[in-house]
Every structure is written in structure tokens, then in C-alpha cells.
Design a protein. Structure first.
Length: 99
């Protein structure tokens, strides 16, 4: 496994663990609020990490060289990670067929 994959897996696991810890420590907590807070923090960190460098011609920074570019990259990543999640489809989804 690469360092990048190790870092991704560690961050992913710690975020899930943190959400579980918050929910377990406060049984009154709304799980949606916990999840929204985790997501807001993750988005803030992602946007911070994607700030372009000072070279306006930098090829590595080109996709994130504008706010709109960063948003497009973030939306692309959200679609990819969501569709790979085991929780993407739910048996209670309104478009699930019933026999």
C-alpha cells in the first residue's frame, strides 16, 4: 500500500471513528447534525489543501486555480466517493422496487 493510500485510509477511519465517538458520547445528538459537522470540517480542510500556488501557469494547480474550479473538483470527488460507498443505496430509498 502506498503512503497516499495509507494517509487516505487513516483519515477516513479517524473521521468515521470521530463521528461514532460524538454520537456515543451524546445519545441526544442528532446524527445528521454530527455528519453535517464532520462534512463541513472535511470541506474546509479540503478547500484549504487545494489553494493554488503563486504561479498562475502551474499545470498542477490549473484544475483548482479558481473557486469554480475547486468546486468542480470537489463535486467530482463527492460523486466518486459517494458512489463507491456501501451506504450509497439504501433498502429504504424511494426508488427501490418492491416485489
Amino acid at each position: 500500500m502506498t503512503d497516499s493510500a495509507d494517509s487516505f485510509d487513516a483519515a477516513f477511519t479517524k473521521a468515521v471513528d470521530l463521528g461514532n465517538q460524538i454520537a456515543e458520547s451524546d445519545r441526544e445528538a442528532d446524527l445528521w447534525d454530527v455528519a453535517d459537522g464532520l462534512l463541513a470540517g472535511a470541506i474546509q480542510y479540503w478547500l484549504y489543501s487545494r489553494q493554488p500556488c503563486s504561479d498562475p501557469r502551474c499545470k498542477d494547480c490549473m484544475p483548482v486555480s479558481t473557486a469554480e474550479g475547486r468546486m468542480a473538483e470537489l463535486q467530482k470527488l463527492i460523486r466518486e466517493l459517494s458512489s463507491e460507498s456501501e451506504y450509497f443505496h439504501s433498502p429504504n430509498d424511494s426508488n427501490v422496487g418492491r416485489a
